[in-house]
Design a protein around this ligand. Structure first.
Ligand SMILES: *[C@@H]1O[C@H](CO)[C@@H](O)[C@H](O)[C@H]1NC(C)=O
Ligand SMILES: *[C@@H]1O[C@H](CO)[C@@H](O)[C@H](O)[C@H]1NC(C)=O
Ligand SMILES: *[C@@H]1O[C@H](CO)[C@@H](O)[C@H](O)[C@H]1NC(C)=O
Ligand SMILES: *[C@@H]1O[C@H](CO)[C@@H](O)[C@H](O)[C@H]1NC(C)=O
Ligand SMILES: *[C@@H]1O[C@H](CO)[C@@H](O)[C@H](O)[C@H]1NC(C)=O
Ligand SMILES: *[C@@H]1O[C@H](CO)[C@@H](O)[C@H](O)[C@H]1NC(C)=O
Ligand SMILES: *[C@@H]1O[C@H](CO)[C@@H](O)[C@H](O)[C@H]1NC(C)=O
Length: 446
């Protein structure tokens, strides 16, 4: 804990603090970040979600998910050439601005399925980061090299290389979704933490040279080990326009029991490693580690984690034992609302009184999710805490066809709550300043 002695301000600290005060700027409108899963275009039936379905009037930012990185050329690469390019996915997406002039169209690089290996390798060398950044921002030499590359290798679906990505397709920003720097179980290594910051700093510099309106954001976890291993919090928060905190998937089949996955607060059954893994504590951790509240965007899931309960137990309570071997697909909100509403529905809906999320069950199936009530509570929480807004995963899971009532009920709640909310400038910015003697002191700024 900070002692009087540790609070002594060294010259080093002063320089650091002055540099930090710059991001204590004026109040600004709240964000509604909407993630679009490009693969939903390929779904059939009621789950098919196209770019035309995006309710651009309800979002401030839309995120095209995902693009990847080529681990031979170290350039940005499309992950689904058919949807992204042949079907004009990128261009249709950025053209949403014609219909919704206020909307920012972002592209997200990474995602869970992309793994961490390629990103760890990418950031580990300056030349690779330079190449990657060139492929995002573009320069003449690389456009030339790119056309040469295409001449030599042609472009089959694996190797198609994209030049000057941002200019070419007209995106307004890049969202980094590497899951996660420094995470061993995701092929990360300790040096990822520094190297990721270098990438972010270098990207920001090039963005500012090119077009100062381009945004740089990132999707991030909220557990202490992940933050410690991969994220220089004060620096990243200073550089990024927004930090999209993935405040979901906090519980799953790997835990061995049924539970909601985005509890707002700690519940009695949360012990040990899970004790502070909830929305409130995870966001607070970002703040405590030095991120201003007005940069933090709180994520909400539009889908549920589904479980098959253990045949050896009769409990339907939170924490009920599950059959860990059984695999079952998650459910989108539009599927859950239909199941609950069906005539003679046998689904029973319950409420986590501490986590403030709904769950439901029928026979041996159990699902933990979010509904209008729980999402409204989270919106009140965001405003009360002064966070920068809300984001969601993902648009295609909302009841976008209005199968249960009005269309897009969940994203509408985000919009209605955020449209008149002005994000207060982070007043009580807490920065951890490490001194040369490795003592840590905590200072309040702004
Ligand atoms: C890494 O990049 C290579 C080449 O671009 C790609 O084939 C591979 O799928 C990527 N790795 C992962 C885990 O996605
Ligand atoms: C590229 O990624 C693939 C798949 O993740 C991996 O097997 C291969 O070793 C990687 N190559 C390089 C040069 O990193
Ligand atoms: C892009 O728009 C065109 C014209 O409306 C449409 O045919 C195509 O399917 C769209 N592509 C995607 C990926 O939504
Ligand atoms: C149920 O109990 C039996 C006998 O103890 C055990 O073999 C089996 O693995 C259990 N099943 C589950 C899903 O826990
Ligand atoms: C799970 O699968 C393993 C391997 O297939 C099997 O040995 C075990 O009994 C199964 N457990 C349950 C609870 O069904
Ligand atoms: C449910 O029952 C009502 C009244 O019997 C009927 O009007 C309605 O069409 C039914 N809905 C469905 C989805 O079957
Ligand atoms: C700042 O912190 C002080 C003490 O911790 C508290 O009393 C005050 O309400 C806070 N102000 C804001 C704007 O959060």
């Amino acid at each position: 804990m900070p002692s009087r002695k540790a609070a002594t301000v060294h010259l080093f600290h002063l320089i650091f603090i002055i540099a930090t005060v710059q991001y204590c700027s004026g109040d600004k409108p709240a964000r509604v970040g909407c993630y679009f899963e490009s693969w939903a275009v390929r779904n059939e039936g009621k789950g098919r979600y196209t770019i035309d379905d995006i309710p651009g009037h309800l979002c401030t930012h839309v995120y095209y998910s995902f693009v990847g990185v080529n681990n031979v050329t170290w350039r940005l690469r499309e992950l689904d050439p058919k949807v992204d390019l042949k079907m004009n996915g990128f261009r249709n997406f950025t053209s949403l601005k014609l219909k919704y002039p206020e909307l920012k169209t972002m592209v997200s690089v990474g995602g869970w399925a992309e793994g961490g290996h390629n990103y760890s390798q990418l950031v580990s060398r300056k030349e690779r980061r330079d190449t990657f950044i060139d492929s995002v921002v573009g320069n003449d030499l690389h456009s030339f090299m790119n056309s040469l590359y295409l001449k030599i290798y042609g472009h089959d679906e694996q190797t198609l290389v994209l030049a000057e990505f941002m200019h070419e397709f007209g995106f307004d920003g890049l969202d980094l979704d590497w899951e996660y720097p420094g995470a061993r179980e995701r092929d990360g290594k300790p040096s990822d933490k520094d190297n990721f910051l270098y990438l972010v700093e270098e990207l920001r510099r090039r963005f500012d040279e090119e077009d100062s309106d381009w945004e740089l954001t990132m999707a991030v976890p909220l557990t202490r080990p992940k933050l410690k291993d991969g994220y220089h919090v004060p620096e990243l928060c200073r550089i990024a326009n927004a930090i999209n905190v993935m405040a979901y998937d906090m519980r799953g089949i790997w835990n061995g029991f049924a539970d909601v996955h985005s509890p707002l607060y700690k519940r009695p059954h949360d012990t040990r490693a899970l004790e502070e893994v909830n929305v409130n504590d995870g966001l607070q951790l970002w703040v405590d580690m030095g991120c201003p509240t007005d940069k933090l965007v709180v994520g909400v899931p539009f889908y549920g984690h589904t479980y098959v309960l253990s045949p050896n137990d009769t409990s339907y309570e939170l924490g009920a034992p599950i059959d860990k071997n059984a695999t079952i697909r998650g459910m989108s909100y539009y599927q859950i609302c239909q199941a609950l509403q069906a005539n003679n529905s046998e689904w029973v809906e319950q409420w986590d009184e501490f986590g403030l999320c709904p769950y439901a069950y029928k026979d041996d199936i159990w699902v933990g999710y979010e509904n209008p009530k729980s999402i409204q509570i989270k919106m009140d929480f965001i405003k009360e805490k002064g966070y920068a807004g809300a984001m969601m995963w993902a648009l295609g899971s909302d009841d976008f066809r209005g199968l249960c009532g009005p269309t897009n009920p969940l994203v509408t709640i985000l919009h209605n709550n955020m449209k008149d909310y002005i994000v207060p400038t982070a007043k009580n910015l807490t920065v951890w300043v490490s001194s040369e003697t490795t003592k840590i002191s905590k200072r309040e700024l702004c």
